[in-house]
Design a protein around this ligand. Structure first.
Ligand code: PLP
Length: 370
């Protein structure tokens, strides 16, 4: 293994692929599993992860932006569909059509612009429709959707293939909002299918797959669970860990007398402790809010962070290690199968998604298990 001064981020493609297959197995018969690979596959590398899912049979991919879609189209074969979740900005419709990308449209105006662009292009141009079923984020309102249904010509000419909506509370299976959204989406889907019998329905994200089968519909759109985040935080994580993050130790110190550690002098290392300074800080996605609470991992032990996380470095209390272990301590892992993305998120007061997408650009990245 190459030694690196800036930390090593290892992404296990086998584990990610296994997660894809495990999610697919959970789906009701007839429901297809897609893969959300927006934001560079949640920060882990779309160039490597998208093909890993493709090789396991995935054919429906979801990105956030047109530019992400253009990049992904170059990676995947033509039989893969690429959906652009935040749609297409006015004026870029033709570019989208020529690239073979499928935008989510969420206003009537967008649907009309798409129809016009499609006629101008004179080529097939499938799109998806996104409705708001109760999250009040992106999505057509009920009024606009009703208006669209009353315009059968527009419905036909816009070439709508998929109807989508997004769940707000799926990680909490007991939340009453799940049912409300399910019913609203089911009603909208049934109405659209009266006009367009072939249209596919898609509602579930990672957590939605772990609600009951009623949420699965035709296409599921998991993201976070593919990358190891627990889709149902109240229970044991059924997903495999995908990421290992290992920071090099750049200085060790023995504390001769009680000493304050780090910015703000917020925490004191007692006399006699051993500390390790690791290269990796909040500019590398070691979220500052976990300072004094988070931990690293070496020689099968959790090692507490001490003091605030700095921009480029983090201090760990390694007093628990035996002298021989201390002298062999080259790296401290801050994410692995034990110190999980979800555990770190808990220390940092955030969610696993943000831990993954915050991982910085200064790591050497290694992909295993392709
Ligand atoms: C990000 C996203 C997903 C994936 O959600 P996860 O919770 O990561 O599984 C699915 N659908 C939409 C519309 C999204 O924006």
């Amino acid at each position: 293994m190459t030694s690196t001064h800036d930390g090593l981020l290892t992404v296990n493609l086998q584990a990610a692929g296994d997660n894809f297959l495990a999610l697919e197995r959970r789906l009701r018969p007839g429901s297809r599993c897609g893969a959300v690979v927006k934001a560079d596959a949640y920060g882990l590398g779309v160039n490597e992860l998208a093909p890993a899912f493709y090789r396991r049979g995935c054919r429906d991919f979801f990105v956030a932006t047109l530019d992400e879609g253009l990049e992904l189209r170059d990676i995947l074969d033509e039989d893969a569909r690429v959906f652009v979740l935040t749609g297409v900005r006015p004026g870029r419709e033709l570019e989208c059509i020529r690239a073979g990308l499928i935008p989510n449209l969420f206003t009537l105006q967008q649907v009309r612009a798409w129809r016009n662009a499609r006629e101008a292009a004179g080529s097939p141009a499938p799109c998806a429709l996104k409705i708001d079923s109760g999250m009040t984020r992106l999505g057509m309102t009920e009024e606009e959707f009703g208006e669209l249904l009353r315009d059968p010509g527009l419905l036909q000419d816009a070439d709508i293939r998929v109807l989508m909506s997004h769940l707000a509370c799926a990680e909490d299976p007991g939340h009453p909002h799940n049912r409300r959204q399910l019913e609203a989406f089911g009603r909208a889907g049934a109405r659209l299918r009266e006009r367009l019998p072939e249209v596919q329905l898609s509602l579930a994200n990672s957590s939605g797959i772990h609600l009951d089968e009623a949420y699965h519909f035709d296409i599921a759109r998991p993201g976070s669970a593919l990358y190891g985040v627990n889709p149902q935080p109240a229970g044991e994580n059924p997903m495999r860990a995908v990421v290992t993050l290992s920071l090099p130790v750049v200085q060790q110190r023995h504390v001769a007398q009680d000493s304050w550690v780090g910015y703000g002098a917020t925490q004191r290392a007692p006399a006699g402790s051993w500390l390790a300074v690791a290269r990796g800080g909040y500019a590398d996605g070691i979220i500052r809010a976990q300072g004094g609470r988070g931990c690293g991992w070496a020689f099968g032990r959790r090692l507490p962070m001490i003091g605030r996380v700095s921009m480029d470095s983090t201090v760990f209390d390694i007093s628990a290690l035996a002298p021989a272990e201390r002298s062999g301590l080259g790296h401290i892992e801050v994410l692995n199968e034990v110190v999980t993305v979800d555990e770190v998120a808990e220390y940092a007061g955030t969610i696993g998604y943000e831990i993954l997408t915050s991982l910085g650009h200064r790591y050497t990245r290694r992909y295993t298990g392709s």
